[in-house]
Design a binder for this molecule. Sequence first.
Ligand SMILES: [Mn+2]
Length: 383
Amino acid sequence: MKIFHLSDLHIGKVVNNYSMLGEQEYILKKIIEDVKREKPSAVLISGDVYDRSNPPMEAVKLLGDFLTSLAENDLEVILISGNHDSPGRLSFCSELIEKSGVHIKSVFDGKHKPIILTDEYGPVNFYAVPFIRITDVNNVYGTDITDYTEAFGLVVDSMGLNISERNVLLSHQFIAGANFSQSEEASSVGGLDCISKGVYESFDYVALGHIHRAQGFNGNRIRYCGTQLKYAVNEVNQNKSYTVVTLGEKCGEKLCDIDIETVPIIPLHDMISVEGRFEEIISAELNENGIITENYAYITLTNKDYVDNAAVRLRKLYPRLMSVSYTMREKNWNFDINEADTENERSPFKMFSDFFSTVNNGEGMNDAQMDILNKAIKEVWGE
Ligand SMILES: [Mn+2]
């Protein structure tokens, strides 16, 4: 049985003031083309469908169009909510929509009615658990658990899995040991939010969402497919994809075979980072539109001094300019020793104002900022 695994669509996301809707619409159309060609039995969307609990109208329309296009094919769509979604809003009309083969599980109620699909090897039971916190588990089961792994373990135990059949889980959680990106915006990175992957081991495949970098555990049977688009500067070198899983027959408690492959996604516009001297960066070759690139560009300048109007000048050649920063290798942290005394002799106020003007293009603090600094100094050192 062939399954497409997507997650973290973050429809409606805005990155550095650029709406990603056009980019998202483009790749979702590509995925629909792949669905028509590859004919998967199910498309799984493992949470963070929207970027916000109250998504903009255009984002709601795009998800609606995507689900409608998916449902026009002979397949089931199973979708859970992530930490960015509003469970209540996402569940709108879910019982009605279910009749079209689109199963939305966004409100955690402790009930587990698997969606069962069948192929020549028998049934595959799909369990869908939306993003949950320990308090959700305690509220539903009347427990007093304080450990995330124990809480999720209770959820899995309550499913009453038949391990002689094939079982697939959709989940949106942070597994201990997973490798974060930057755009997750999780409430806490690691620490208390971690679940030990042991709780997932009874499943034949776990379609995870939450972490934006694709990665797998236990031979990829517990897998984050990652986002389908880059959403942060430290994702520029990641290859984005979705995952296609083909489940074989079950041999005892394990699958005889499972095939897991990634399908690369070519975005409409890529997200890149460029580093170098301003003069070099603006003299790169122009394309047929008279600009350097249509891609979203994070630019880091290695110039010793600030370049006048750098962003304005760069934007003419890089119209999707995300940010301009300086490495300031020579200047950074290295105050002019002729001007400053030793650090110990400079007052905290002088040290901070020097630092402030260094990182602000030579501009000093305004009155309000000086007030804040003075207050902070008083708090730390007294009068
Ligand atoms: Mn996410």
